[in-house]
Design a protein around this ligand. Structure first.
Ligand code: AMP
Length: 180
């Protein structure tokens, strides 16, 4: 992964204070996605990490994880799986609930999306507290694939989300923000 390239991508991420609620510094990646070179650099960097590792499926978390997840799957010659909010997927699903700051949330995946022969990368745009990704990891684990990796475009280091994710799972991120 080329650091100056990722610094360039990071510089294109727009910070929106107090969105969607007061106190949140929202990292708006659409300003990086709309830049043709930055989009390609992100795809290249992700593909470089996972090339040659036998990845058969990339699971993207709704909805911003669909963008990078699909790019990565296509680059690797793997399939793409959507992990969605409840009631969106039409066929038989498996689900996982998790605690949020206020109340609980649930995510779902098609039951036939992953089989025991798969090597899976779970992808989301941003690691904050890690709660969403931990639930996605547990959901994918239910199908007992051969291996699971976790990838983010970026990480908010100040929230220590990495510590919530299993220590023995490889977690990668293309670039980091120091704050929360
Ligand atoms: P978490 O479960 O706390 O790790 O939250 C991760 C999910 O929420 C990801 O899908 C992100 O897209 C979104 N998210 C959380 N915090 C932010 C933020 N400050 N800026 C942009 N997206 C965020």
């Amino acid at each position: 992964m080329n650091k100056p390239d990722m610094e360039r991508v990071k510089s294109l991420v727009r910070n929106i204070p107090d969105f969607p609620v007061a106190g949140i510094q929202f990292k708006d990646l659409t300003t990086a996605f709309k830049d043709p070179e930055a989009l390609r650099l992100m795809a290249d960097a992700m593909a470089e990490i996972y090339a040659g590792r036998g990845v058969t499926k990339v699971a993207g978390i709704e909805s911003r994880g669909f963008i990078g997840g699909t790019m990565l799957a296509a680059r690797l010659g793997a399939g793409f799986i959507p992990i969605r909010k409840p009631g969106k997927l039409p066929a038989d699903t498996v689900s996982m609930s998790y605690d949020k700051e206020y109340g609980t949330d649930t995510i779902e995946m098609h039951r036939d999306a992953i089989t025991t022969g798969d090597i899976v990368v779970i992808h989301d745009d941003l690691l904050a507290t890690g709660g969403t990704m931990l639930a996605a990891y547990k959901l994918v684990q239910k199908m007992h694939p051969k291996a699971i990796y976790i990838n983010f475009l970026c990480t908010l280091r100040g929230l220590n989300g990495r510590d919530l994710l299993p220590a023995d799972v490889e977690v990668t991120s293309l670039f980091d923000f120091e704050g929360k």
